[in-house]
Design a protein around this ligand. Structure first.
Ligand code: UT7
Length: 335
């Protein structure tokens, strides 16, 4: 009888790409009643990036994927499966993963889009983890990429949402190893009763036509958020799901070397840090530069933290996200 091998899934390469166009808080205050001081005080965001030509998340992700492949020492042909996390797909159909498969010349491998908004990268990691651990695939590309700027209402009506979000892309390669390292576990949650607290209504397949001039006049093509409700739930769910992944693996908060939370608001990040009693240097944040890039925020932060030598072999790294759905989750990794 053949002996069943045990495989682990580890992150073999990371990469990121952000558009060149910097949009400062002062620029936004030309379009709406807001100010640099208000945005910094309430969110920590100093600037974000917007695409400056008609490109979608598939194209935006290409340099991020190239960087991740290079860091993993792999070629396009080595990838067995694509998982593309985005809440702002290039088109309603087909998925951005298929577009990326063609644009980068991947083999005719599976390409799966997932739409779990800010939690997309965590959900994607958990899918990759299963395929690698059961021996199906050796190298999986996971992308988190977003073009949020085209869903921003840059008027007073949308100022509570539009000051937060930005565009960007991150990528990671998840690879097979027999070594004792990699993703230890992932923990996923949802609570759909809050769907309309952070949502984008148009286009909707319930409507015929899916988009009309009335809908555009109402602004239902823009992302809408009940910021206070989202904030309240986020500060509860983040510590909960971080504790959940620690408990599942018999660790405690002191064992964490680096926590990379989804970058939604610096005040949320500070509240998580305080609740868990973590040192500032153990909690990564780059929100000041990029704002909230939804599914791209964790892979961008992970790639930056890795490039800055903040992650070393054997470190315990925890990733955690919360967002529209509501969905939330965590992943715990022995690097
Ligand atoms: O990634 C997905 C998850 N998203 C999040 O986690 C976001 C969670 N929510 C938040 O980050 C915060 O709720 C916001 C940053 C969106 C808003 O901050 P807040 O401290 O919750 O402000 P608020 O909504 O309670 O509004 C306070 C005041 C209001 O004025 P009044 O009613 O007190 O007169 C708003 O109209 O601030 C006003 N306001 C603004 N003022 C200047 C709202 N947006 C702006 C703005 N500039 N951009």
């Amino acid at each position: 009888m053949s002996k069943k091998m045990n495989f682990n899934a580890y992150i073999s390469g990371t990469g990121f790409n952000i558009p060149e166009r910097v949009v400062t808080n002062d620029e936004l205050s030309n379009y709406m009643d807001t100010s640099h001081d208000w945005i910094v005080e309430r969110t920590g965001i100093e600037e974000r990036r917007y695409i400056d030509s008609e490109i979608g998340p598939s194209e935006l992700s290409i340099p991020a994927v190239q960087m991740a492949l290079k860091n993993a020492n792999l070629q396009v042909q080595d990838i067995d499966f694509i998982i593309f996390a985005t809440s702002t797909p290039d088109y309603y159909a087909p998925g951005s993963g298929c577009l990326l498969q063609n644009k980068m010349g991947f083999n005719n491998i599976g390409a799966l889009d997932i739409r779990v908004q800010c939690s997309g990268f965590i959900y994607g990691l958990s899918i990759a983890e299963q395929y690698i651990k059961n021996g199906t695939y050796e190298n999986i590309l996971l992308v988190g990429s977003e073009v949020q700027s085209t869903a921003m209402d840059l008027t007073n009506r949308g100022r509570d949402v539009s000051v937060i979000f930005g565009d960007g892309a991150g990528a990671a390669i998840i690879s097979k190893t027999t070594k004792d390292k990699g993703i230890l576990s992932s923990h996923l949650h949802s609570e759909g009763k809050y769907a309309k607290e952070l949502w984008l209504e148009t286009p909707s397949s319930k409507k015929n036509p899916r988009v009309s001039s009335d809908m555009l006049k109402e602004g239902s093509q823009f992302l809408k958020m009940n910021g206070r409700e989202v904030f309240k739930n986020a500060v509860k769910r983040f510590p909960e799901v971080i504790e959940e992944c620690l408990n599942a693996n018999d660790f405690n908060v002191n064992d964490i070397d680096l926590l990379i939370p989804h970058q939604a608001n610096i005040r949320i990040i500070q509240m998580i840090q305080k609740k868990l009693n973590l040192e500032t240097k153990k909690v990564y944040s780059n929100i000041q530069k990029y704002g909230n890039t939804t599914a791209a925020s964790i892979p961008i932060a992970l790639a930056e933290a890795y490039n800055d030598n903040l992650i070393k072999d054997n470190d315990l790294v925890v990733l955690a996200a919360f967002g529209s759905g509501f969905t939330w989750g965590s992943t715990i990794i022995k690097w």
